[in-house]
Write a protein that binds this ligand. Structure first.
Ligand SMILES: [Zn+2]
Ligand SMILES: [Zn+2]
Length: 140
């Protein structure tokens, strides 16, 4: 099966973003580079199928197939990449909010990061128990 070895016939990629460009221009340049890269890989994939340096991968977020030079790529676009990052961060925060009450041992979802008790009742009971223990310790 033939393999592409000479890329001279492909569209040249625009230059890598350099210092001094505005953020908008850098982003536009990155988008253009990515779009051209997609086009180039799509043409190669259509001709030769997957091979080292050209893979078709379904996006982990939106399931749209896209092309990558590495089989490890996961997302079709910066937008999906950001969305996946936001989802991961949200899941991590939600997991951190799942706690166990230090008094009754019940699982609960904390609204405060440092919450220790499942309810006001447990918090107050724990406080009362602490006060009672202190009084007890002070007894002769
Ligand atoms: Zn996507
Ligand atoms: Zn509790």
């Amino acid at each position: 099966m033939p393999r592409p070895e000479d890329n001279s016939g492909d569209l040249p990629l625009p230059p890598v973003p350099v210092l001094g460009m505005s953020l908008e221009n850098i982003l536009r340049s990155m988008r253009v580079r990515r779009a051209l890269e997609q086009k180039r890989l799509a043409e190669m994939f259509a001709r030769w199928g997957a091979f080292p340096g050209c893979y078709q991968i379904p996006c982990a977020v939106c399931d749209t197939p896209f092309y990558s030079s590495t089989p490890l790529a996961k997302y079709c676009s910066y937008r999906c990449q950001t969305q996946a990052y936001v989802a991961r961060r949200k899941a991590r925060r939600e997991a951190a909010r799942q706690k166990q009450c230090t008094r009754c041992g019940n699982d609960f979802t904390a609204t405060q990061r440092h919450a220790k008790f499942c309810s006001n009742a447990c918090r107050q009971a724990s406080y009362r128990e602490g006060v009672a223990k202190k009084c007890h310790n002070q007894e002769p």
